[in-house]
Design a protein around this ligand. Structure first.
Ligand code: NI
Length: 171
C-alpha cells in the first residue's frame, strides 16, 4: 500500500500530454495499485497518473458512492470510441482545490483500452461514471477543469488561489 502525493494546479505535470503505455507490466500494475490507494485515501472517485506525477496514460475510478451498480475500474491507454449528447455537471478536482464548477460533458460514453492484465476492455457508462471517465481522460491530455471554464471564472479562481487553496474535489 502506498499513498502518493497528489499534485495540484499549476504543477507542470498536469499540463502535459501523458504517453501511451507500451507494455502493461508489473510496474504499471504497481502504479495502478498505488493510484487506487491514493484515490481512496483522499476520498476520491477518480484519479489519473499525471496527478501523481507519472506521465502515462493510466486512470482509475470508483464511482460507487454515486452509482452502486458500478465497480472499481482501471484503464490503460483509454480512448473514447462513442459518446452521447452534452450535459452540464458540477465537478471538482483533487488537483484543483477549492474549485467546483459546472462543466460541459457527454451524458454517456464508451471507452476502449487495456485492463491491468493487458487485455482489451471496453467500458461504457452514463451519469457519474461517464463524467469521471471524461475528466480523467482530460488529465491524460494535459487538461484540468479550469481549461473548460470561461476565462473570467478561471481568472477568479487564480486570484482566489493566492489567498489559500481550500478543499479538493473528488476526481
Ligand atoms: Ni481531476
Amino acid at each position: 500500500m502506498a499513498v502518493l502525493e497528489i499534485l495540484t494546479y499549476p504543477h507542470l505535470s498536469l499540463k502535459r500530454r501523458a504517453e501511451e503505455v507500451e507494455k502493461v507490466d508489473g510496474e504499471i500494475r504497481k502504479l495502478i495499485s498505488d493510484m487506487v490507494d491514493t484515490m481512496y485515501a483522499n476520498g476520491g472517485i477518480g484519479l489519473a497518473a499525471p496527478q501523481v506525477g507519472v506521465p502515462k496514460r493510466v486512470v482509475v475510478l470508483d464511482v460507487r458512492p454515486y452509482d452502486p451498480s458500478t465497480s472499481l475500474i482501471s484503464i490503460v491507454n483509454p480512448e473514447v470510441v462513442a459518446e452521447g449528447e452534452e450535459v452540464i455537471n458540477e465537478e471538482g478536482c483533487l488537483s484543483v482545490p477549492g474549485c467546483v464548477e459546472g462543466i460541459k460533458r457527454r451524458r454517456w460514453i464508451k471507452v476502449r483500452g487495456l485492463s491491468e492484465r493487458g487485455r482489451e476492455i471496453e467500458v461504457e457508462g452514463e451519469g457519474m461514471l461517464a463524467i469521471v471517465l471524461q475528466h480523467e481522460i482530460d488529465h491524460l491530455n494535459g487538461r484540468v477543469i479550469l481549461d473548460r471554464m470561461s476565462r473570467v471564472k478561471r481568472d477568479l479562481y487564480k486570484k482566489r488561489l493566492q489567498k489559500g487553496k481550500g478543499e479538493g474535489g473528488m476526481m
